[in-house]
Write a protein that binds this ligand. Structure first.
Ligand SMILES: [Mn+2]
Length: 375
Protein backbone atom coordinates (compact mmCIF):
# COMPACT_ATOMS: atom_id res chain seq x y z
CA UNK A 1 0.00 0.00 0.00
CA UNK A 2 1.45 3.35 -0.96
CA UNK A 3 1.60 5.96 1.78
CA UNK A 4 -0.28 8.54 -0.28
CA UNK A 5 -3.27 6.31 -0.51
CA UNK A 6 -5.80 7.32 2.12
CA UNK A 7 -7.15 4.16 3.63
CA UNK A 8 -10.31 4.37 5.63
CA UNK A 9 -10.01 2.40 8.86
CA UNK A 10 -11.87 -0.83 8.42
CA UNK A 11 -14.46 0.05 11.03
CA UNK A 12 -15.60 3.03 8.96
CA UNK A 13 -16.47 0.74 6.14
CA UNK A 14 -18.57 -1.71 8.11
CA UNK A 15 -22.20 -0.75 8.13
CA UNK A 16 -24.39 -1.54 11.15
CA UNK A 17 -26.21 -4.09 9.00
CA UNK A 18 -29.80 -2.98 9.28
CA UNK A 19 -31.70 -4.77 6.52
CA UNK A 20 -34.30 -2.07 5.94
CA UNK A 21 -31.69 0.64 5.49
CA UNK A 22 -29.74 -1.55 3.11
CA UNK A 23 -32.88 -2.26 1.07
CA UNK A 24 -33.72 1.41 0.67
CA UNK A 25 -30.23 2.84 0.23
CA UNK A 26 -30.15 2.70 -3.59
CA UNK A 27 -33.62 4.16 -3.94
CA UNK A 28 -32.63 6.94 -1.56
CA UNK A 29 -29.38 7.72 -3.42
CA UNK A 30 -30.99 7.75 -6.84
CA UNK A 31 -33.80 10.00 -5.66
CA UNK A 32 -31.29 12.47 -4.20
CA UNK A 33 -29.11 12.31 -7.34
CA UNK A 34 -32.09 13.10 -9.53
CA UNK A 35 -32.91 16.21 -7.50
CA UNK A 36 -29.45 17.55 -6.65
CA UNK A 37 -30.20 21.06 -7.85
CA UNK A 38 -33.20 21.50 -5.57
CA UNK A 39 -32.95 22.74 -1.99
CA UNK A 40 -33.61 20.04 0.61
CA UNK A 41 -35.58 20.91 3.76
CA UNK A 42 -35.00 18.38 6.52
CA UNK A 43 -37.91 18.54 8.96
CA UNK A 44 -38.12 17.35 12.54
CA UNK A 45 -41.47 16.62 14.18
CA UNK A 46 -42.91 19.35 16.42
CA UNK A 47 -41.06 20.06 19.66
CA UNK A 48 -37.89 18.27 18.55
CA UNK A 49 -36.14 15.83 20.85
CA UNK A 50 -32.47 14.75 20.72
CA UNK A 51 -33.20 11.84 18.37
CA UNK A 52 -34.95 14.05 15.81
CA UNK A 53 -32.34 16.83 16.06
CA UNK A 54 -29.49 14.35 15.66
CA UNK A 55 -31.22 12.61 12.76
CA UNK A 56 -31.75 15.93 11.00
CA UNK A 57 -28.11 16.91 11.55
CA UNK A 58 -26.93 13.53 10.23
CA UNK A 59 -29.30 13.71 7.26
CA UNK A 60 -27.87 17.13 6.39
CA UNK A 61 -24.40 15.59 6.33
CA UNK A 62 -25.58 12.76 4.06
CA UNK A 63 -27.30 15.11 1.62
CA UNK A 64 -24.34 17.50 1.48
CA UNK A 65 -22.05 14.52 0.97
CA UNK A 66 -24.15 13.36 -1.97
CA UNK A 67 -23.82 16.82 -3.51
CA UNK A 68 -26.92 18.73 -2.44
CA UNK A 69 -25.82 22.31 -1.88
CA UNK A 70 -28.73 23.81 0.02
CA UNK A 71 -29.85 21.79 3.03
CA UNK A 72 -31.90 23.47 5.75
CA UNK A 73 -33.22 21.98 8.99
CA UNK A 74 -36.65 23.08 10.25
CA UNK A 75 -38.95 22.28 13.15
CA UNK A 76 -42.22 23.56 14.62
CA UNK A 77 -43.03 24.10 18.27
CA UNK A 78 -40.25 24.71 20.75
CA UNK A 79 -36.93 23.22 21.73
CA UNK A 80 -37.97 23.71 25.33
CA UNK A 81 -36.42 20.98 27.47
CA UNK A 82 -33.17 22.40 28.92
CA UNK A 83 -31.25 19.32 27.79
CA UNK A 84 -32.44 19.72 24.21
CA UNK A 85 -31.58 23.41 24.24
CA UNK A 86 -28.14 22.55 25.61
CA UNK A 87 -27.70 20.02 22.81
CA UNK A 88 -28.58 22.54 20.13
CA UNK A 89 -26.24 25.17 21.57
CA UNK A 90 -23.27 22.99 22.45
CA UNK A 91 -23.28 21.22 19.08
CA UNK A 92 -24.32 24.22 16.96
CA UNK A 93 -27.16 22.30 15.36
CA UNK A 94 -28.37 24.57 12.56
CA UNK A 95 -32.09 23.88 13.15
CA UNK A 96 -34.41 26.78 12.45
CA UNK A 97 -37.98 27.39 13.52
CA UNK A 98 -40.54 27.06 10.75
CA UNK A 99 -42.78 30.09 10.17
CA UNK A 100 -45.94 30.62 8.10
CA UNK A 101 -43.95 33.12 6.02
CA UNK A 102 -41.70 30.26 4.93
CA UNK A 103 -44.70 28.36 3.58
CA UNK A 104 -45.56 31.34 1.38
CA UNK A 105 -41.95 31.58 0.28
CA UNK A 106 -41.92 27.90 -0.70
CA UNK A 107 -45.07 28.37 -2.75
CA UNK A 108 -43.42 31.20 -4.67
CA UNK A 109 -40.15 29.34 -5.30
CA UNK A 110 -39.57 28.13 -8.82
CA UNK A 111 -37.29 25.29 -7.73
CA UNK A 112 -39.46 23.62 -5.07
CA UNK A 113 -37.63 22.21 -2.08
CA UNK A 114 -37.55 18.48 -1.39
CA UNK A 115 -39.01 17.78 2.06
CA UNK A 116 -37.34 15.11 4.16
CA UNK A 117 -39.01 14.06 7.41
CA UNK A 118 -36.88 12.61 10.17
CA UNK A 119 -38.13 10.71 13.24
CA UNK A 120 -41.67 10.95 11.84
CA UNK A 121 -43.30 10.20 8.50
CA UNK A 122 -46.91 11.39 8.39
CA UNK A 123 -47.90 14.93 7.47
CA UNK A 124 -50.06 16.54 10.21
CA UNK A 125 -49.36 13.88 12.79
CA UNK A 126 -47.15 15.77 15.27
CA UNK A 127 -45.78 17.63 12.25
CA UNK A 128 -46.99 21.13 11.51
CA UNK A 129 -44.86 21.86 8.46
CA UNK A 130 -47.51 21.86 5.72
CA UNK A 131 -45.60 20.10 2.94
CA UNK A 132 -45.60 16.38 2.19
CA UNK A 133 -42.28 14.57 2.40
CA UNK A 134 -40.52 12.89 -0.53
CA UNK A 135 -38.22 11.06 1.88
CA UNK A 136 -38.92 9.94 5.44
CA UNK A 137 -36.81 8.10 7.98
CA UNK A 138 -38.55 6.85 11.09
CA UNK A 139 -38.54 4.20 13.79
CA UNK A 140 -42.07 4.69 15.15
CA UNK A 141 -44.91 2.31 14.40
CA UNK A 142 -46.08 4.28 11.40
CA UNK A 143 -46.64 4.12 7.69
CA UNK A 144 -45.66 6.80 5.22
CA UNK A 145 -47.88 7.99 2.36
CA UNK A 146 -47.31 6.23 -0.97
CA UNK A 147 -44.46 7.47 -3.18
CA UNK A 148 -42.36 8.43 -0.19
CA UNK A 149 -38.85 6.97 -0.06
CA UNK A 150 -39.42 5.48 3.37
CA UNK A 151 -36.54 4.19 5.46
CA UNK A 152 -38.22 2.55 8.39
CA UNK A 153 -37.54 0.00 11.08
CA UNK A 154 -39.16 -0.26 14.50
CA UNK A 155 -35.98 -0.07 16.50
CA UNK A 156 -34.85 2.18 19.36
CA UNK A 157 -34.02 5.36 17.48
CA UNK A 158 -33.96 7.12 14.13
CA UNK A 159 -30.36 8.07 14.85
CA UNK A 160 -29.35 4.42 14.44
CA UNK A 161 -30.93 4.31 10.97
CA UNK A 162 -29.08 7.51 10.05
CA UNK A 163 -25.73 6.10 11.23
CA UNK A 164 -26.23 3.03 9.07
CA UNK A 165 -27.28 5.10 6.06
CA UNK A 166 -24.12 7.22 6.47
CA UNK A 167 -21.95 4.11 6.57
CA UNK A 168 -23.61 2.78 3.42
CA UNK A 169 -22.95 5.89 1.35
CA UNK A 170 -20.49 5.13 -1.46
CA UNK A 171 -17.14 6.93 -1.12
CA UNK A 172 -16.74 9.94 -3.34
CA UNK A 173 -13.62 10.94 -5.28
CA UNK A 174 -11.40 8.43 -7.04
CA UNK A 175 -7.76 9.03 -6.06
CA UNK A 176 -8.38 10.10 -2.50
CA UNK A 177 -11.82 8.83 -1.63
CA UNK A 178 -13.75 10.64 1.04
CA UNK A 179 -16.33 8.97 3.21
CA UNK A 180 -19.67 10.17 4.49
CA UNK A 181 -18.90 8.77 7.94
CA UNK A 182 -15.52 10.45 8.31
CA UNK A 183 -14.94 11.46 11.96
CA UNK A 184 -12.33 14.00 10.84
CA UNK A 185 -14.60 15.83 8.44
CA UNK A 186 -15.92 19.23 9.40
CA UNK A 187 -18.79 19.15 11.97
CA UNK A 188 -18.65 15.34 12.09
CA UNK A 189 -17.56 15.30 15.75
CA UNK A 190 -20.67 17.30 16.57
CA UNK A 191 -22.91 15.12 14.39
CA UNK A 192 -21.48 11.95 15.94
CA UNK A 193 -21.98 13.34 19.44
CA UNK A 194 -25.56 14.33 18.58
CA UNK A 195 -26.34 10.87 17.20
CA UNK A 196 -24.95 9.19 20.33
CA UNK A 197 -27.17 11.40 22.54
CA UNK A 198 -30.11 10.68 20.23
CA UNK A 199 -29.72 6.92 20.68
CA UNK A 200 -29.05 7.20 24.40
CA UNK A 201 -32.13 9.30 25.16
CA UNK A 202 -34.62 7.65 22.77
CA UNK A 203 -33.80 4.17 24.07
CA UNK A 204 -33.91 5.41 27.69
CA UNK A 205 -30.31 4.27 28.08
CA UNK A 206 -31.06 1.04 26.17
CA UNK A 207 -33.83 0.03 28.59
CA UNK A 208 -36.74 0.79 26.27
CA UNK A 209 -38.35 -2.37 24.91
CA UNK A 210 -37.91 -1.24 21.29
CA UNK A 211 -34.13 -1.09 21.77
CA UNK A 212 -32.50 -3.34 19.15
CA UNK A 213 -29.09 -4.86 18.63
CA UNK A 214 -28.50 -2.23 15.93
CA UNK A 215 -28.88 0.58 18.49
CA UNK A 216 -26.12 -0.97 20.60
CA UNK A 217 -23.89 -1.43 17.55
CA UNK A 218 -24.38 2.13 16.33
CA UNK A 219 -23.78 3.55 19.79
CA UNK A 220 -20.62 1.51 20.21
CA UNK A 221 -19.23 2.82 16.96
CA UNK A 222 -20.19 6.44 17.71
CA UNK A 223 -18.72 6.32 21.21
CA UNK A 224 -15.22 5.96 19.73
CA UNK A 225 -15.44 9.34 18.05
CA UNK A 226 -17.67 11.55 20.21
CA UNK A 227 -16.47 14.76 21.79
CA UNK A 228 -16.30 13.74 25.46
CA UNK A 229 -16.38 17.29 26.64
CA UNK A 230 -19.49 18.23 24.67
CA UNK A 231 -21.17 14.93 25.47
CA UNK A 232 -20.76 15.60 29.21
CA UNK A 233 -22.03 19.17 28.85
CA UNK A 234 -25.24 17.85 27.32
CA UNK A 235 -25.76 14.87 29.64
CA UNK A 236 -25.13 17.06 32.71
CA UNK A 237 -26.93 20.04 31.23
CA UNK A 238 -27.19 23.32 33.11
CA UNK A 239 -30.47 23.98 34.86
CA UNK A 240 -31.99 27.45 34.82
CA UNK A 241 -32.63 28.97 38.29
CA UNK A 242 -36.43 28.73 37.92
CA UNK A 243 -36.13 24.96 38.16
CA UNK A 244 -34.69 25.34 41.65
CA UNK A 245 -37.43 27.81 42.58
CA UNK A 246 -40.05 25.36 41.35
CA UNK A 247 -38.38 22.57 43.28
CA UNK A 248 -38.85 24.52 46.51
CA UNK A 249 -42.53 25.02 45.72
CA UNK A 250 -42.94 21.33 44.86
CA UNK A 251 -41.38 20.31 48.15
CA UNK A 252 -43.48 22.76 50.22
CA UNK A 253 -46.75 21.85 48.49
CA UNK A 254 -46.28 18.09 48.53
CA UNK A 255 -49.07 15.87 49.73
CA UNK A 256 -47.48 12.55 50.48
CA UNK A 257 -48.88 9.29 51.64
CA UNK A 258 -46.02 6.87 50.94
CA UNK A 259 -45.51 5.33 48.51
CA UNK A 260 -47.56 8.05 46.76
CA UNK A 261 -46.83 11.73 46.36
CA UNK A 262 -48.65 14.50 44.53
CA UNK A 263 -47.63 18.12 44.36
CA UNK A 264 -48.72 21.27 42.55
CA UNK A 265 -46.53 24.16 41.43
CA UNK A 266 -49.30 26.76 41.15
CA UNK A 267 -49.23 29.09 38.15
CA UNK A 268 -46.09 28.95 36.05
CA UNK A 269 -45.00 30.46 32.77
CA UNK A 270 -45.80 28.17 29.83
CA UNK A 271 -42.20 28.39 28.61
CA UNK A 272 -41.11 26.90 31.94
CA UNK A 273 -43.32 23.80 31.77
CA UNK A 274 -40.19 21.68 31.39
CA UNK A 275 -39.72 21.83 35.16
CA UNK A 276 -42.83 19.61 35.59
CA UNK A 277 -41.32 16.39 34.14
CA UNK A 278 -37.97 17.28 35.70
CA UNK A 279 -39.54 17.50 39.16
CA UNK A 280 -41.57 14.33 38.64
CA UNK A 281 -38.30 12.47 38.08
CA UNK A 282 -36.69 14.19 41.05
CA UNK A 283 -39.57 13.43 43.45
CA UNK A 284 -39.41 9.75 42.44
CA UNK A 285 -36.03 9.67 44.12
CA UNK A 286 -37.50 10.52 47.50
CA UNK A 287 -37.05 7.64 49.92
CA UNK A 288 -40.10 5.41 50.06
CA UNK A 289 -41.86 6.97 47.06
CA UNK A 290 -43.06 4.86 44.14
CA UNK A 291 -45.69 7.00 42.44
CA UNK A 292 -45.50 10.72 41.73
CA UNK A 293 -47.77 13.27 40.10
CA UNK A 294 -46.60 16.87 39.55
CA UNK A 295 -48.95 19.43 38.04
CA UNK A 296 -49.16 23.15 37.39
CA UNK A 297 -51.28 25.68 35.58
CA UNK A 298 -48.95 26.71 32.80
CA UNK A 299 -50.34 29.47 30.58
CA UNK A 300 -53.78 28.39 29.39
CA UNK A 301 -53.50 24.75 30.36
CA UNK A 302 -53.20 22.36 33.24
CA UNK A 303 -50.06 20.33 32.69
CA UNK A 304 -48.99 17.24 34.56
CA UNK A 305 -46.34 14.55 34.66
CA UNK A 306 -46.68 11.15 36.29
CA UNK A 307 -44.16 8.52 37.25
CA UNK A 308 -44.69 5.15 38.83
CA UNK A 309 -42.55 2.19 39.74
CA UNK A 310 -45.47 0.40 41.36
CA UNK A 311 -46.39 -3.02 40.01
CA UNK A 312 -50.07 -2.46 40.72
CA UNK A 313 -50.42 0.97 39.08
CA UNK A 314 -50.50 1.90 35.44
CA UNK A 315 -49.31 5.40 34.50
CA UNK A 316 -51.75 5.64 31.60
CA UNK A 317 -54.64 4.70 33.86
CA UNK A 318 -53.51 7.27 36.42
CA UNK A 319 -53.62 9.97 33.72
CA UNK A 320 -56.97 8.80 32.36
CA UNK A 321 -58.55 8.86 35.81
CA UNK A 322 -57.14 12.23 36.86
CA UNK A 323 -57.16 14.47 33.78
CA UNK A 324 -59.46 12.48 31.49
CA UNK A 325 -58.89 10.02 28.67
CA UNK A 326 -57.14 11.35 25.59
CA UNK A 327 -55.53 14.21 27.52
CA UNK A 328 -52.33 12.37 28.25
CA UNK A 329 -50.03 9.54 27.25
CA UNK A 330 -47.72 7.26 29.19
CA UNK A 331 -45.53 4.26 28.70
CA UNK A 332 -43.04 2.37 30.84
CA UNK A 333 -44.32 4.04 34.01
CA UNK A 334 -43.79 7.61 32.80
CA UNK A 335 -46.03 10.06 31.07
CA UNK A 336 -47.68 13.41 30.98
CA UNK A 337 -50.77 15.22 29.89
CA UNK A 338 -52.36 18.57 29.21
CA UNK A 339 -55.86 19.90 29.71
CA UNK A 340 -56.28 23.00 27.58
CA UNK A 341 -58.38 25.91 28.86
CA UNK A 342 -58.50 27.41 25.35
CA UNK A 343 -59.95 30.93 25.63
CA UNK A 344 -60.26 30.67 29.36
CA UNK A 345 -57.15 32.63 30.36
CA UNK A 346 -55.96 32.53 33.99
CA UNK A 347 -53.64 35.45 33.22
CA UNK A 348 -56.67 37.70 32.83
CA UNK A 349 -58.04 36.84 36.27
CA UNK A 350 -57.62 38.86 39.43
CA UNK A 351 -55.74 37.50 42.42
CA UNK A 352 -58.83 36.28 44.20
CA UNK A 353 -60.06 34.39 41.15
CA UNK A 354 -56.65 32.87 40.60
CA UNK A 355 -56.51 31.73 44.23
CA UNK A 356 -59.92 30.10 43.82
CA UNK A 357 -58.94 28.42 40.56
CA UNK A 358 -55.81 27.03 42.14
CA UNK A 359 -57.50 25.75 45.26
CA UNK A 360 -60.18 24.10 43.13
CA UNK A 361 -57.54 22.51 40.86
CA UNK A 362 -55.55 21.28 43.84
CA UNK A 363 -58.55 19.80 45.56
CA UNK A 364 -59.76 17.95 42.45
CA UNK A 365 -56.30 16.67 41.49
CA UNK A 366 -55.52 15.42 44.99
CA UNK A 367 -58.88 13.72 45.38
CA UNK A 368 -58.64 11.95 42.02
CA UNK A 369 -55.01 10.98 42.62
CA UNK A 370 -55.92 9.42 45.97
CA UNK A 371 -58.82 7.56 44.43
CA UNK A 372 -56.52 5.81 41.94
CA UNK A 373 -53.46 5.31 44.12
CA UNK A 374 -55.20 4.23 47.32
CA UNK A 375 -57.49 1.63 45.79
MN1 LIG B 1 -37.08 8.98 17.90
Amino acid sequence: MSTTEKQAPEILLSPIGNKRVKQKKDQFCSFVNEHLSRPFYVCSHDNPDPDSLASAYGMKRILNFLGVEVVEIYYCGEISHPQNRAMQNVLNIPAKKWTPALAEEVNRLEEKPVFVYVDCCQPQKNMSIPFEPSIAIDHHKNTAPKNVVFIHDEIGSSSTLIVDLMLLMPPSGEDTPSYCFDPDAETMKEIITALAIGIKTDTLDFRNETTAEDDFKAYKLLSRYISDDKFQKIVNYELPPYVFDAEQVAWTNRNQNPPNLITGLGFIDEARSDCIPYLADKMMRLQGIQTVMVYAIAGRALRTSVRTASASLDAQNLLDETIGEKNGGAKHGAGGGTVHFHDFDPDEMNDEERALLWSLTKSVMERKFRKVTEK
